[in-house]
Design a protein around this ligand. Sequence first.
Ligand SMILES: [Zn+2]
Length: 256
Amino acid sequence: MDKLSVHQFGCRSDNFGLLLRDPVANLCASIDTPDGETIWRELQSKGWQLTHIFNTHHHYDHVPGNEMLKERTQCTIVGAKNDAARIPGIDILLEDGDIYEFGANNITMLETPGHTLGSVCYFVEPDKILFTGDTLFSMGCGRLFEGSADLMWQSMQKIRALPDETQIYCGHEYTLSNAAFALQVEPDNPALQRRVNDVKALLCAHKDTLPVSLGTEKATNPFLRADCPELQRYFGLQGSAPLDVFTATRALKDKF
Ligand SMILES: [Zn+2]
């Protein structure tokens, strides 16, 4: 049976374009709009009609195609109530835990502040797909432009509570540089070493390094591992609160 699928493609220099397609209900959603013309061309080449935009946050490289695509398609724009003033053309305002019915699939909005105060993720059930925007990257997390480390660590824990088989799609292809940092702080992590080898092979074959399972991220992403003893040792913070380790990890990555 035709089922929900995600079409991923490059946008701008390192953004991902993402189209979530439900062939049964004939729905198609763009997750953010990093480049309206590129997204429009992908829609034309697939023969898909855009029905929705789900915005993860207000940054200039995540919303610039909103108004142009809405004008051409009359699509519905969904975003965070918290950030309604900064999401161009927003129609549907969601709060933490709200469920949006996308055909027969439920999409739960999770507030995950930190990168910006209005940053959110979208969890698609029953397929267990998570769109994380710039909150979580493979082996990395977003910079703290507006939120505190405390808020971001709470957001990391919210994501970490989802099932391991969840497939993560994020806003940018930053994986290789994130991998170099992850290896610096956790050089002896065998799961991390395996993931880095896989990532290099994917990039050599000109393939994307996303999606990735949340289980792999839990085993390799230092920003999800602030309570792991090896990271505590690296920062000389044995016995410290995970928030201290997370804060130190984020601060070091800012200078990396
Ligand atoms: Zn951003």
